[in-house]
Design a protein around this ligand. Sequence first.
Ligand code: ADP
Length: 497
Amino acid sequence: MVEHATEKRQTAFLQQQSMKMLIGGQWVEAASGKTFDTINPSTGQVLARVAEGEAEDIDRAVAAARRAFEQGAWPKMTPAKRAHLLLKLADLIERNAEELAELETLDNGKPIKYSRAADVPLTVEHFRYFAGWATKIEGETIPVSVPNMFTYTLREPLGVVGQIIPWNFPLQMAAWKLAPALACGNTVVLKPAEQTPLTALRLGELICEAGFPEGVVNIVPGFGETAGAALAAHPDVDKIAFTGSTEVGKKIVQASAGNLKKVTLELGGKSPNIIFPDADLKYAVRGALNAIFFNQGQVCTAGSRLFVHKSVYDEVLGNLTTMSSKMKLGPGIDPGTDMGPVVSQQQLERVTNYIATGKQEGARVATGGNRAGDELAEGYFVQPTVFDGVADQMTIAREEIFGPVVVAMPFEEAEEIAARANQSEYGLAAGVWTNDIKKAHKMVAALKAGVIWVNTYNQFDAAAPFGGYKQSGYGREMGHAVLDAYTQVKTAWINLR
Ligand code: ADP
């Protein structure tokens, strides 16, 4: 195997023999004693051994979260004190930023420059933003038409929340889930993805250090079919928040039916990115490149269907192909890397199978189209891949690949492109590149997606709601919209007669 000098710079956290799970304020082994390995996708080598949570551990964690919700310091804590804890956690994450960035990159494979510039600072900002909301969750007084009644609402936490997160942005996904749930006063059982448990566990240590009462946050690493399924089905969990594939999202909904727990889902996408001929093409091409290759294409909003007006198609395709082929593929920990490996052997197979299907169905590879060889052969590296000559009904134009593969397709009539872009079971995001302000607003109205980016792509902010239309999910995360997902309304009628 290839040794990358920078990978020797491992954190003290990684020196542990095996990593435990956080239940009721204690770091414990799995009830079964089992562990699983987490792999460095740049090398295929074992990075760490982690306690493998299963149904019994989920039971213990849910019981701890229930106790913490009903008793002890948390239910009595003032909103201001909750805010202080969230701010303290944000400070601790900031203080440990470099360690978290390295852990994230080693575990997930993403380029360290992005872990440093995006994953960690956005996580910090997420906790700070929701710390602000803790003191601003208000009920209302209602002017009912029944005489002598004083009617008002309270906004109360839901209770024990189960949160199941994916491997593409392990730390940020933990923040998106934990910060609003805690700001609203819930307690949590978080299950990180089996491919990338490390930063969530390190975050757990910082949560303890910040002083959250025991049991308020429980972190149980483990596999989806065991730990995840047990959490989704658990009768004492009040709400489940899930980010992941649409296929698993449907299983979560079924599993949740036993006690009709509340569910929010942030699922897959096959997002259209549309370049009109009046766009500033230099920015549009760079935008199209980042829209698909950021995070190795493992982004639920990836701009994986690139529609380009036929009058500029050849120019855009040519420039995109040239820029794609120049991207530096390499281990995430190398500061010069533009694109790292995909997360796992399984993901490598999934992405390369889609590429093979694209070729079989008659699409033409404009650049890439293979697993990377030579000194990268040990890791899970896929070349940035652009397909040309693609028809709308081809598999690669319809299904979510979740890898560095974009299909480029020309369009002729501006009036028809929104309808064509909307021909998808998904509706998570869309991009539009134009300098015509009327066209921009018309496209925003016409596209059926939860977020539309105009002359930009993949913008996220803790204050801006995010979520899907159609089979891309239920509910919204971030902004004040997410407060609805972590609170319930109680209406009080007081007879003043
Ligand atoms: P991917 O296919 O990209 O790995 P998944 O949707 O399978 O994405 O995974 C997202 C999260 O869902 C992970 O934490 C995973 O462990 C979990 N998961 C997978 N299957 C199930 C399941 N049947 N029930 C609950 N959680 C699951």
